[in-house]
Write a protein that binds this ligand. Structure first.
Ligand code: PEP
Length: 251
């Protein structure tokens, strides 16, 4: 039985004041133990968010880490071991905004995944196709290639310490969620890909769906057999909406 995870990606949003308000809202939520919950604020707010949420059910993660796991001369970068030292548990790797806007290749994403593991974090590997790729019928090939590159880098056993998030690029921030059936098809394919290397890793792997999830769409998505929670962008900036999405995953 996989315990669902709902993670909020706050991206480059928030001020000290608005983040403090959001943290307060999160502290008020009644969250079931059946679901794991995390938020990923920007690096500059990590310490305040971690302190504000300490003792609550909501854990803290980061949105990215360096390919260098430990200390290095990498101006402007943050390592997985520094994040672990800040009590972060999770880190996004390969979010589509970083792949498309910042040019992160599959090789860099694989390096960050390995560094996250080395630094003691749980990587949340983000994969997904563009609209053009979907329309060309390439969805499963694209997602399969993105997952395979990381499998090649770290081996399937190391996926036991990771999470995968399927996020169709066209659904992120667009208000256009994939249908539950579209998402389920890709999640099942990812699980089958893992199962071809390890049944036990595949069976235990949490595969989150991300892309315009709202309180109104969450229950149907999370009701699919291979969808084990969500990676939530816009709706995670509102504590009530985020709480409603967590409840949809937890019952
Ligand atoms: C995301 O950025 O990971 C995301 C899923 O965003 P949104 O929920 O806003 O589409």
């Amino acid at each position: 039985m996989r315990r669902p995870l709902v993670a909020g990606n706050w991206k480059m949003h928030g001020t000290c004041a608005s983040v403090a308000e959001l943290v307060e809202g999160l502290r008020q939520l009644q969250l079931s133990d059946a679901v794991e919950v995390a938020v990923m604020p920007s690096f500059v707010h990590l310490a305040a968010v971690e302190a504000g949420l300490r003792g609550s059910r909501v854990e803290v993660g980061a949105q990215d880490c360096s390919v260098e796991a430990g200390q290095a001369a990498r101006t402007g970068e943050v390592s997985a071991s520094q994040l672990a030292d800040m009590q972060c548990r999770w880190v996004l790797v390969g979010h589509s905004e970083r792949r498309s806007l910042l040019g992160e290749s599959d090789a860099v994403v694989a390096g960050k995944f390995a560094a996250a593991l080395q630094g003691g974090l749980v990587p949340v590997l983000c994969v997904g196709e563009t609209l053009q790729e979907r329309e060309a019928g390439e969805t499963l090939a694209v997602v399969g290639r993105q997952v395979e590159r990381v499998l090649d880098e770290v081996g399937v056993e190391n996926f036991a310490r990771a999470v995968i998030a399927y996020e169709p690029v066209w659904a992120i921030g667009s208000g256009l969620s994939a249908t539950a059936e579209q998402a389920q098809e890709v999640h099942a394919a990812i699980r089958a890909q893992l199962a071809s290397k390890s049944q036990s890793v595949a069976g235990a792997m949490r595969i989150l769906y991300g892309g315009s999830v709202k309180p109104s769409s969450a229950a149907e998505l999370f009701g699919m057999p291979d969808i084990d929670g969500g990676l939530i962008g816009g709706a995670s900036l509102n504590a009530d909406d985020f709480g409603a999405i967590c409840r949809a995953a937890g019952c």
